[in-house]
Unconditional design. Sequence first.
Length: 115
Amino acid sequence: QVQLVESGGGLVQAGGSLILSCAASGGTFNTMSWFRRAPGKERELVASINWSGGRTNYADSVKDRFTISRDNAKNKVYLQMNSLKPEDTAVYYCAAGGGYAPDYWGQGTQVTVST
């Protein structure tokens, strides 16, 4: 049974940083991703990474501020978020497999950026 468990969300002031972690169990996946859903908005692909880490993809809104990485030995994926803005406030979800249509989802972790 595949499980994805996110951690690291919380409340941070604008300009601050957070690191989200996702621990995967029950399987390994070539593509791992982070999505987010802000109140009243569609779910958005934030970043994705392939198995080797040599290929990453970012939403334009987070380029140069967020960094996705993974540790395959630990079966974990991370999202380093810097220079956070109030518009980054959302529930962030870890996802495994598929790109834009992942096979598995975590339960989500809330990130709130205050002004």
